[in-house]
Design a binder for this molecule. Sequence first.
Ligand code: PLP
Length: 378
Amino acid sequence: MRRKTKLIHGGVPGDPHTGAVSVPIYQVSTYKQEGVGGHKGFEYSRTGNPTRHALEELIKDLEEGYAGFAFASGMAAITAVMMLFNSGDHVILTDDVYGGTYRVMTKVLNRLGIEPTFVDTSDLSNIEKHIRPNTKALYIETPTNPLLKITDIQAASAIAKKHGLLTIVDNTFSTPYWQTPIALGADIVVHSATKYLGGHSDVVAGLAVVNSEELAERLHFLQNSTGGILGPQDSWLLMRGIKTLGVRMEEHEENTRKIVEFLASHPAVQNVYYPGLESHPNYEIAKKQMRGFGGMVSFDVGSAEKAERVLNRVRYFTLAESLGAVESLISLPAKMTHASIPKERREQLGITDGLIRVSVGLEDVEDLIEDLAQALHG
Ligand SMILES: Cc1ncc(COP(=O)(O)O)c(C=O)c1O
């Protein structure tokens, strides 16, 4: 099956009982047993629900893994995956991971004895340098948020494998349409499905996919034990969103390419961060591991005042957190998505006060460019 076909025919094909072409919403908590233990595969909806199961099968197929799991948010998925580790374990993470991932590692999981070290994983030598006897995992976000740095997934997971570490990749920005980390050697993929997979700014959800039976058993145990599952309505919404992922991602990419060209030649813009730019330091790796460069672009206008003026002037870019939806969104990472990262650390990472992040939507690109032009003028 090719990629757009798999989005529509992957997972569970409709409803065998009625012929309905969409999997029904099984709004149910428990299931009748024909005798003790005599159930039809479902006992209680925290443990398993047919609508959630269909979504889990679909994401498993798309990410080319062994099993998929759906959670109430991206953070619930990431937290459940981190629960695979024990007190005393050490995890190496990409330095500019999503602010919420940084927060859960440094304010929650560290209290339980899971110790994080944040390094620039786009430079592979940093990974090996920080491996210790108790290191258990390498957690990569690529491209990163908001600086769009790229880590070589194949090379990084080879290093991890050599040292017996699990490789976990946050694939939120690319989605399996553009990038399949398990095929490149990763063990686990996580998603904020709230973003491109849902695609319409109407559902908060998280997904995880593992590459082996052993990890599937352990993660299902954690999903069922900690209980942060996705409900059937949201599972259904997500499946509906995923059917159009291919056409949306192609169009996001096309619009973004034109906006990047415009920004790169604009005198008020100092730096443009986009992995599809040949001047991007990781362009060759991006080209090798991604089938498309995505719809996220960040650019620096030099100061917080200038950035806020742009944000106040735009008409078609909604000032909001989140990304990956049909409507274009604009944000100021230093004051919004990354405000939970201390200022000194933000500055070290290059998340300046003048950095603007754009999630390019599916509007007519001419309108988006005219809008940015008037907002940047003068
Ligand atoms: C890259 C990335 N990972 C994880 C998350 C967390 O996902 P959620 O907001 O669905 O909990 C986000 C949210 O913005 C994100 O951008």
